[in-house]
Design a protein around this ligand. Sequence first.
Ligand SMILES: [Fe+2]
Ligand SMILES: [Fe+2]
Length: 219
Amino acid sequence: MEHNADFGARVVIDTRTAPWVPSPEPGIERKLLDRVGGEVARATSIVRYAPGSAFAAHEHSLGEEFLVLSGTFADEGGRYPAGTYVRNPPGSRHRPCSASGCELFVKLRQFHPEDRSHVAIHTHQSGWHPGLVPGLSVLPLHAHATEHVALVRWAPGTRFQAHTHWGGEEILVLDGTFSDESGDYPAGTWIRSPHLSRHQPFSEPGCLIYVKVGHLAEA
Ligand SMILES: [Fe+2]
Ligand SMILES: [Fe+2]
């Protein structure tokens, strides 16, 4: 199955209105953002666990990255409340579940082959750094080779310089409204901008975004 599989194309999806699609596991549904492959796929999705649901034990052959958007996710390693950012490297294994239900932003099978780091960051309890322009604060989440992942908070009225995305840029708007010259992107919008794309972003009301850059050059 291929869904938004041309990584040279810009894609914008309002994940709030995108349809839920059943998964093979009862109580677990997803919204497909991009996908290359069958049930074992290189995929980016929003995933929803109904209260009390569980997913079969599985191994992450090419890694799994997720951000808990709401509720609490759990596995043998612990409980991950909303705001937790997790990376399970290639070869890791778990049996996930959610007693209270949860919603996740998930990227499967997208690790750099040499990236073996296990990450679990409680972003609500972590320190933020000043960004490149006044009004911007950054919480770095991960970096490996050309790939960089962070949460970025924009104070109301913050404007950033025009820039080119070497290796592309992927954004999930978590709160507020993010904008550039192509449009306004309210909370829940997912934007995938290809290698060498260019824009000049800003936020009038302020926003919080998940950003990954540098990972789409070879995809
Ligand atoms: Fe997993
Ligand atoms: Fe950008």
